[in-house]
Design a binder for this molecule. Sequence first.
Ligand SMILES: [Zn+2]
Length: 115
Amino acid sequence: VTITTIYDADENPVELPFKWVICGRCNGHGHYNDHVYTGDEFEEAFPTDEDKDDYVNGRYDRTCESCDGSGKVKAVRTDLLTAEQLEAYEDAVEDEAVDRAAMAAEMRYCFGPMY
Ligand SMILES: [Zn+2]
């Protein structure tokens, strides 16, 4: 998730200038398959030509969660921001990272190993 809105000193939302860039995770495809098969595994998983075709056509790919399948992501034009905006933006990105880490920790707590 790319942050494109920050809040000024009066808590008013400020839309930041951004551009669309090709998603680095799926290289713009919108989906990817990160499973690397060995030759044998591949034969086993896709025994028929039809299965192989499906694989080649991306049927087994999963939707890229970075870009939600659109193949592009927003990139804030940090070069166009004022110093204050840049600072607020960096803070927002940091907050988001902290939120995510907290969420991930919570997930581990809920779905952690059972004793
Ligand atoms: Zn993507």
